[in-house]
Design a binder for this molecule. Structure first.
Ligand SMILES: O=C(O)[C@H](O)[C@@H](O)[C@H](O)[C@H](O)COP(=O)(O)O
Length: 259
């Protein structure tokens, strides 16, 4: 995966804290430069831990929260009040504790929302939200997200794009419904590769020995259909944030700059 930067941290907690610090700095710089910033959040333990660390950061309110656009890379298609919801977890970890502008926070629909139990309708609606927020300079129907956060699974899924799944072959639509996911819950809504690759920067944050093989394969150039995380690239930057365990197999194929 050419052009990837890899940062390795001694523990997952340090990774989450360091990623939170990076987010503060990057968002503050973006807001100073262009008056606003946009981030795409992810679910999963590492993604939520980053938000929890950001909420605890002494520099948290250096961010102008009212000028931050918040999207999600994927969502579990469950009722709004389900603890499985990425949105609910993100709100509890961070968003409910900072003065975001509700009009600039864009969750994906729940299974008991206006689209009922129809994940295809929820996906189409989110594609419409992205299109409505895209500007002419974005050259399409997806905003150029400033920072897109992702996690990954041991078999190489990212967002809710799983190996050899229909979503891994999707290159037209920006958002799709995902069914029969190996990682519960089984039904989700997810950005596709074209939407993910619209981001200026993609930050992949993962921890644990179970991910080490997929990390090494992705950085060695595996294909995105068999290993979707290999397809998660930013237009200008793809940054991998790993703990030592997740970087454990890199020695065989990749020598990251250890920090
Ligand atoms: O909704 C989800 O489940 C996530 O978007 C998913 O892609 C997650 O980021 C990875 O499965 C990693 O999860 P962990 O960090 O918990 O291993």
């Amino acid at each position: 995966m050419s052009g990837s930067e890899v940062l390795v941290y001694s523990t997952g907690d340090l990774l989450a804290a360091a990623c939170a610090a990076r987010l503060v700095t990057r968002i503050v710089d973006l807001q100073a430069a262009k008056g606003s910033a946009s981030v795409v959040l992810t679910g999963g333990g590492t993604g939520i831990a980053i938000l929890e660390q950001l909420n605890r950061s002494p520099a948290r309110d250096a961010i102008d929260w009212a000028r931050l656009d918040v999207y999600w890379g994927d969502e579990r298609f469950v009722p709004a009040d389900s603890d499985e919801r990425n949105e609910k977890q993100a709100r509890e970890a961070l968003l409910d504790h900072v003065p975001v502008d509700p009009a600039r926070v864009h969750p994906m629909a729940p299974s008991d929302g206006e689209f009922g139990d129809d994940p295809d309708a929820a996906a189409a609606a989110y594609a419409g939200v992205l299109a409505a927020n895209a500007r002419p300079e974005d050259h399409g129907d997806v905003p150029t997200f400033d920072i897109l956060l992702l996690g990954m699974g041991p078999e190489g899924h990212t967002a809710s794009i799983f190996p050899e799944s229909p979503a891994a072959y999707e290159h037209e639509r920006s958002v799709v419904a995902v069914r029969n996911c190996p990682k519960p819950p089984p039904t989700r809504v997810s950005l596709t590769f074209p939407a993910i690759r619209q981001a200026t920067e993609v930050w992949l944050a993962t921890t644990g020995e179970a991910k080490a093989g997929a990390v090494a394969l992705a950085l060695a150039g595996a294909g995105e259909v068999q290993l979707p995380v290999a397809g998660a690239r930013g237009q200008r930057r793809t940054l991998w944030l790993l703990d030592r365990a997740a970087a454990g197999e890199l020695g065989k194929v990749y020598q990251p700059p250890h920090v």
